[in-house]
Design a protein around this ligand. Sequence first.
Ligand code: NAD
Ligand code: UGA
Length: 462
Amino acid sequence: MKICCIGAGYVGGPTMAMIAKQCPDIQVTVVDLNQTRIDAWNSDDLPVYEPGLDEVVQEARGRNLTFSTKVDEAIAAADMIFISVNTPTKTFGMGAGRAANLEFIEKCARQIARVSSGHKIVVEKSTLPVRTAEAVKRILSSSGNGATFDVLSNPEFLAEGTAVEDLLKPDRVLIGGESQEAIDKLCDVYAKWIPRDRILTTNLWSSELSKLTANAFLAQRVSSINAISALCEATGADVDEVARAIGTDSRIGPKFLKASVGFGGSCFQKDILNLVYLCEHFGLREVAAYWEQVVSMNDYQKQRFTERIVKTMFNTVSDKKIAIWGYAFKKDTNDTRESAAIYICRDLIRERARVVIHDPRVSEGQIRATLTEACTDMQGNISDLDKRLIAENVSVAKDCYEASKGAHAVAVMTEWDAFKELDFTQIYDSMQQPAFVFDGRNLLDRCQLEKIGFEIHAIGKS
Ligand code: NAD
Ligand code: UGA
């Protein structure tokens, strides 16, 4: 059996590496248009940072795992083709800011139709609006070479930072389809290492919709606890204590109740907005408004954090140095897409603060590029002032000590474990007084820091 995966990103790369590792008898080729990305997958410095991923790739690469830019060739040779390309929020035209941009999916389907012959199984791995498979099937049926296709939906549920563990022991694998034979073929691949009772099968539309729904429910939990964090700050309740108290109710459960500076990542916001757009499309205005509030609450949480910094620091951060610890959207990843840190830093420099950022996995180039993007409007314009602020008021430090030296405040944006193990007395002595800490992740030991002399402000704690 030969598998081809189009898209060597955060999903395509790790997912296919795991299939190749667990199924040595299957030839897996991951293709992408981006030569730099493919070169990185073929090097010792993988484009995706994930604990344990290097070992998985090393085991299979060169044996039955190949990374290549020869897209046509890989499609033509494959029995099963996964589409794992990006499906970002549309930034132009109808549905801009909400609908998913399906341009890349459609291009893949057309390319598969063009170069295929015989029978192939096409698997939707990307997260897609419900009923996308209908369009994919129609495009595929236009194949001029007499090729035939079965289309399956097999959404991915891995989380970044724990991708290897999630792929190795998923809570479930979901496969939606019409042809039992095609479903069985994909089941057989996963069954090499995943118990059969964890492989769920549904119809195509349920599978497509379950992915959007899972992300909406997960994000909703974060927004719910973040909403409560605002009330905790106003009343003297402690959000971690509230989370523990409600999380022990087995119907609620303890996971995904960590209050934070706001959820980030490439998917939660995009998938909820996509769900909102779909509901509006089907005339379900109340349902759309319900889900949209999850995103609004997240925006409020980010904005509230910046406001708290400014208000606490005597209503001005102008010309003050603020150390930003962490820039990735969560720990153990180098991904910064939609990271709360981007928006907090943008708003702080617009208040004329000087931010000094340290993240163990994010480069200076990536930091400047994401800030520039966050200051750019839908028409592609960025003001001269924002450009100047990014150039002059943003710098990048090699570690937290360097970032905090001479700073008026520290803001914790990402919950990297290493941030808990620092010499806080040394940091305190090197900072301006009063030394403020704004802990956007409730990561640090409040008692320890207060004993040293820090003034600490954490999420959901007064
Ligand atoms: P990504 O941007 O990291 O990777 C997508 C890749 O597809 C890019 O490298 C791009 O160059 C390539 N590509 C686009 N069009 C192509 C084409 N026509 N031919 C060849 N290559 C092409 O995206 P990602 O984070 O891997 O996400 C992919 C999909 O998986 C999205 O739909 C996303 O919603 C979903 N998803 C992501 C995650 C996650 O943790 N990132 C988890 C579950 C699901
Ligand atoms: C999320 C889902 O967890 C995956 O199941 C899904 O496959 C993926 O989106 C996707 O479709 O892309 P991911 O975004 O990688 O995974 O990471 P999460 O662990 O879900 O965290 C998302 C954001 O929520 C992060 O910024 C995280 O810090 C934040 N978060 C999470 C909280 O603030 N509190 C929590 O309790 C949990």
